[in-house]
Design a protein. Structure first.
Length: 125
């Protein structure tokens, strides 16, 4: 199985100071991983917020270095928004897009979020 990382999982994996870094690091060992433009953009946006302190260039370097070292599959966002499973609330629009995208490609969406409620979601233990 290949796992599409959502933003929370990617943040935890790449930021050693993240509260779930060890949890995600242990889980991902030996797993086939994937990223998509949405998970990459979310990582860059959040990483460059003042609370984390990385510049956009530093966040891009973190992501690039990890991708070079780990070689995750790159999954294009090739699913139209209206062809996804309908989210139960507007707060789940992006989560359901990512889960639907993963499902379309035979993957699961790996996340730390216990509340998404989509059949293609895999909760990282």
């Amino acid at each position: 199985m290949t796992y599409l990382l959502d933003v929370s999982a990617l943040m935890a994996l790449l930021w050693q100071t993240h509260e779930h870094h060890e949890r995600v690091t242990r889980w991902q060992s030996g797993k086939a991983l994937a990223v998509c433009p949405l998970s990459e953009l979310g990582f860059l946006r959040i990483s460059s917020q003042p609370v984390l302190g990385a510049s956009v260039q530093e966040a891009r370097k973190m992501l690039k270095d990890w991708k070079v070292a780990r070689k995750p599959q790159f999954l294009p966002c090739d699913l139209e928004a209206l062809n996804t499973d309908a989210p139960p609330t507007t707060a789940r629009t992006t989560d359901f897009y990512l889960a639907s995208l993963a499902s379309r490609h035979g993957l699961q969406l790996a996340t730390l979020d216990e509340t998404i409620g989509h059949k293609a979601v895999f909760l990282i233990p």
